[in-house]
Design a protein around this ligand. Sequence first.
Ligand SMILES: [Zn+2]
Length: 199
Amino acid sequence: MVLFSEDHIQETRRRGRIEVICGSMFSGKTEELIRRLKRAKFARQRVEIFKPAIDVRYSEADVVSHDSNTISSTPIDSSASILLFTSEIDVVGIDEAQFFDSSLIEVCNQLANNGIRVIIAGLDMDFKGNPFGPMPGLCAIADEVSKVHAICVKCGQLASFSHRTVKNDKQVLLGETTEYEPLCRECYLRALEEDKEKG
Ligand SMILES: [Zn+2]
């Protein structure tokens, strides 16, 4: 809906809201999160990113970019800790939200009710195609949800599914983006069939 797009927000006014950016692996969720946060930062808003401490892909504190416009990122163990860090913050970014506990939903509500703009990025589905962690709840309470897509590596259509290309049944398999491929629904179903045949 163009009318309610985040592009229409007056960046200078402090107004609580919740935005969710969700999609499969390789859909550009984090890039979109960073774009919005950088823009807020240009508007001299105080911005902070939180990510789950279990996300080991990035070891540095500042993951976002290496130019002068770097946004600091704080790894945290539980979603409730976000509340401890946000007294001086206008815009809170949360990356890899699917890995957080379900309290994140209440935490985000509380932040938005306190006038903070909350922008959440995360995987909407796990590799089995099931809703991932707190993401469905976050989509429900969001003022705006943006579903972003990758490109299916088999047929070039828009992809919503993250197919795991290695045999492992754990929901959380961290750090190895090479072990997933984005697929459209049709190619995803076909890949699952092929996986079954392989055993
Ligand atoms: Zn496809």
